[in-house]
Design a protein around this ligand. Structure first.
Ligand SMILES: [Mg+2]
Length: 217
């Protein structure tokens, strides 16, 4: 008997829709900025997006709400307060609970492996009641001080789960190309987006579960 397969999941855009993170970053932060500077919300949103883009998603700062509140000089809300205003927008994709339940029952080791900071990750896990499914829940940014753009993050994950390991997520580079480059098997999930014409991309978690069962000895 070989070791059982460990399965690593991205969170935002893979298990949860982006409604929640978009609400915090594209409504919550700009809303505070609009109030502070007396500008209209659309202008504040554009301003925020410009500043986010300058930092970019490969930087750990991108994920750090305290950094941004300080950057924009917004002291009216703590990160926890801001996030808590939007927890009602947290929503799981329909296939998440049935697929996690089945995979868990089949004995796979399940890992949540997200760039999201703890303040987001914990709210989503709690609201989605996801904790019982996972053997490990890792905020790559907060727990490890890394971003999944770095192959070393996947190398470290692989070291923790030395048997066969597969990762799935919606970010083509962070969740597919980078893990493959670190020697971790990976699937890119497209969700509701168009499948790239030439790319290898799976539609949803049911298709993912079928594929990985095919590779299990
Ligand atoms: Mg994602």
């Amino acid at each position: 008997m070989g070791r059982r397969l460990s399965i690593s999941f991205d969170l935002d855009g893979t298990l949860t829709t982006n409604r929640f993170v978009d609400s915090v970053w594209l409504e919550g932060v700009p809303g505070l900025l609009a109030r502070k500077r007396g500008i209209d919300p659309d202008r504040a949103r554009r301003l925020c997006m410009e500043e986010y883009a300058k930092v970019g998603e490969d930087s750990i700062l991108w994920y750090r709400l305290p950094y941004w509140l300080e950057y924009f000089d917004l002291k009216d809300a703590t990160p926890e307060e801001l996030v808590s205003q939007y927890t009602s927008t947290i929503e799981l994709f329909d296939d998440v609970v049935p697929v996690l339940e089945t995979l868990k029952a089949e004995g796979f080791t399940l890992i949540l492996f997200s760039n999201a900071a703890r303040v987001f990750l914990d709210a989503e896990v709690s609201s989605g009641a996801l904790e019982p499914y996972f053997d490990r829940i890792i905020s790559v940014s907060d727990d490890w001080g890394m971003v999944k753009s770095n192959p070393a993050a996947y190398a470290r994950l692989k070291g923790m789960f030395p048997g066969p390991l597969v990762h799935v997520g919606d970010h083509e580079r962070f969740d597919y190309e980078v893990p493959l480059s670190a020697g971790v098997d990976a699937y890119h999930i497209c969700r509701n987006r168009e499948r790239p014409a030439a790319g290898e991309c799976i539609a949803d978690l049911r298709e993912f579960a079928d594929r990985i069962r095919g590779m299990t000895p």
